[in-house]
Design a protein. Sequence first.
Length: 276
Amino acid sequence: MKNLKKYANTPIIGPLLKMIRGFADNSEGKTVARHFSTHLHPLIANTTELCNESFSIRNDVYCDELNFLETGGTGLEVDEFDKYSTHCLIQHIPTTRFSGTIRVVRPETNQQLIPLQKHWHASISKDKINPNDFASHEICEISRLAVPKDFRRRQTDNFTGAAIGGIDQQIYSENELRCFPFIAVGLYLSAASIVMENDIKHTFVMMEPKMARSMSFIGIQFEQIGPAVDYHGKRAPYYINPSLLLENLNPGFQEMLKVIRKSLKHSSKKYKSLNF
């Protein structure tokens, strides 16, 4: 964790926060959902080739760009949790390039842990919900969200948390620019879709408090279950479950969730996924 303190106070998700505030009402949320489905296509990475696309984006962002993780020299960022994770990508339809990735770590046995259990268990407050309170198959962790440089604004290329705010305005249309700041939202909703389709009851995530607050503007209400720690900047453990998501999600973004769930189901059938 050395050399991470210097990132603690860097700008975080500013463009995303402003855009979410502007689109938080029902009608605008539906507009975002419509533009999102026109330009962006979420899919399950359920082939070796697609998984490597995900690992490559993670390597570019976390290893080469932000220097948060050590690269193994393969061009792919992989860890022990990937073996029992479901990986998701978002593809830019006009260019077929991948504009983001996220994973859901899904233990299947008591020997398999989520990263929060293995590395940050002590950061969970004693009076809060704890992954150790549940059977392994009932829990998961969302992690490794990453968005490539080309889908972000130049001035925010290097901020903490895999730089998930703006996008490069020089090479995309106005409608594309309208929905690209929501790639991060789309990735979280993709992860939520995986959770719901697999009937996983309890979801955990380590994220920046500012990111959690920005998501609350559209009704994704993460519950903080411990204090922030210095890990790739200030991050804290959070909890959410499908009921909390569906009860609070802005109606407009519920439309976006429906679009994403449909897209992921289609991709899983196309590639005969065992994970969706």
